[in-house]
Design a protein around this ligand. Sequence first.
Ligand code: NAP
Length: 487
Amino acid sequence: MDVPHLQMYIDGEWCDAASGETFEVRSPATGHVLASLPKASREDVGRAIDAAEDAQPRIARLSIKDRAVLAGRITEAIRPNIEAWALDLTLEQGKPIKESRLEVSEVIPNLLWNTEDLKRVETPVLEGYSKPEMMYLLRREPLGTVAVITPWNYPWLLPGEFVVQALICGNAVLFKPASTTPISAVHFLEAMEHARIPRGAMNLITGPGPTAGMELVENPKVDGICFTGETLTGEEISHRAGLKKVGLELGGSGPLIVLDDADLSKAARDIALGCYNNAGQVCCANGRILVQDSVHERLVRKVVEETRRWKLGDPRKEETDVGAMNNEPTVEKVERHIQDGIRQGAHVLSGGERASGLETRLYYPPTVVDGVTTDMLLGNSETFGPVAPILEFHTLEQAAEAANLPRYGLSMAIHTANLRRAFTLARELKAGQVVINDPVLYWDYNHPWGGFRRSGFGRVAGKWTIEAFTELKTVILNVGESPLPGA
Ligand code: NAP
């Protein structure tokens, strides 16, 4: 069967790399090659940056109304394709079709929410403090050219939080998706083309992160970078970006802490959801389960029971809860962490090795590992797979210490019936969000999203997205002494 060839989108045209080089995308679910795409060189990226730089002033001059209409047209172009694009997402990413459908469709309300935020931006007018004849008019202005670099775990949701939002804030955008999931990005661009985005306003670059992505990071004509990905990549980007305005959404190893007065059945359900959704390949997965010693045994029993309800299988089937993992290095990392745990005395209560008899070797079953300690990779780093590593603690101080130890700080959760204990502990947790009585995996349109420490910096979602893609400018106005009548 012929493999479809998809293209990049630069300066309003679908195109290939100047060299003609390509790369293939293979489905983790079936093992089949899904498409070939251009492998952009630094020169191709340079051409896209020039197009964006040229287009940006025209975008900045569009009225807010025109930008809102454009965003609306993009959502209308996505709507009829949700089912087909969800299937492509499942095939290239490996996640269950029911998750893919939700992911593609969520882009619509999210974008509309941010469009409303943009319509309602308010900036203050200040009176001069030392000079009463002066007024300070604050404005929010675009950054200029903005690179959006995204990972493979949410190929619709993450671009859906950033790329069009950056555009409607008046920026020209350079979008580089992960190389294992660029097909969703091509579909997103198809929707934008259908919505008649201005030429050069949105450019899609496909190709390797270390060269094509790094050109976006280093090129002096790029003004802002919105990066989502691994902490190590984020650190490199932060070193190489110079004085660009950078937002970094990085890794996590979010603990879900269960205190002895918690509703253990609810905690077990939340543990399964936050550990196995998207096969655990989530920045805000329940990375580690910290449980108070007196309820440890009861909770573990319930977690194992819940785990058995999560069905591993072909992600195209409606009944599948856990599909294929996205790529071999990620599965190998899960294996490495589990082997390290076993070597140091942890024991696997469910799952624990690759599934056999499925179409590829990338299927890993929901896994419970008990007896984990903070000396083990499962207890002190990001595993990024369908694993519930269980650690015990005795006091709240020990829980906080274990939670904060890996120095990730994206999302953390506490389960307890006692709000005073929840707040006492929440104050000790160094994270961008602390969720009480729900999974670590928690996200909504309108609260700030972002990490402390090794999970990055900057905040997005709701009005914070608009702030991230704009800068404040003060126009200083001399209105003169106010003359009294007859003076
Ligand atoms: P990654 O390896 O860091 O890659 C992310 C993106 O960066 C990809 O598009 C990649 O391109 C590109 N890239 C790689 N090296 C680069 C470089 N030197 N310069 C510029 N771009 C480069 O991360 P991943 O494995 O795709 O994603 C998983 C990670 O993302 C996890 O750690 C997860 O926690 C994190 N994440 C965080 C959030 C959040 O909101 N905080 C959300 C989702 C995921 P290629 O694919 O071509 O290599």
